[in-house]
Ligand binder design. Sequence first.
Ligand code: COA
Length: 178
Amino acid sequence: MTLRPYSLADVAFVQDLYSRADVQRYIGDGTQRVRTMDEAWVKIAAWNERYSDEPVQGLWAVCLKDGTVTGSLLLKPIPDSGTKVERDIEIGWHFHPDHWGRGYATEAAWAVLEHAFASGLHRVVAVTDPANTASQAVCLRLGMTHLGLSKAYYDAACELFDITAPPVGKGYSYGEQP
Ligand SMILES: CC(C)(COP(=O)(O)OP(=O)(O)OC[C@H]1O[C@@H](n2cnc3c(N)ncnc32)[C@H](O)[C@@H]1OP(=O)(O)O)[C@@H](O)C(=O)NCCC(=O)NCCS
């Protein structure tokens, strides 16, 4: 598995992925859809503009060895509720239903957490819709701590998870609680 920035060659995948109700159901208000190739093109261009000079944060395409793109992994600032201030960093995952149920989201997220901690981040959070049990399961497989229902971010009640960097010289492995 490799992670790389999306390119304009991925426009059909991005349009397909983000047009789906089953993918968008728990993202934002659940109604967003990328309906056309042009909209997908604009989205990829915006990601590249935002993250191309960014050494730690990103939005990556998750690819299998044969180059098949399976989904997205993101690491970005998360807005506090009631303000535009972004103090914490969140991790997130959006995978194509063709690639659910194989552990790809957890494997890719683990690689991003390792990158985050190697880059000096101390803490990463994840928020999920309370009904999004598949995403909560990813958090738990990663060894994130479930902090319960929280309105701390996005002006919404979400299940909140976090994970902190391992002590210097000690790495984590899958599912190991820090
Ligand atoms: C959230 C989402 C990424 C979870 O995908 P997923 O495929 O269930 O998660 P993983 O990639 O970690 O795979 C875990 C599943 O693969 C199975 N699996 C197979 N091989 C595995 C392996 N080597 N390692 C871990 N799990 C493996 C697990 O048993 C589990 O299956 P189960 O749910 O039937 O028990 C996916 O549902 C999604 O993209 N949803 C739409 C977008 C979304 O809601 N994003 C989150 C917003 S907060």
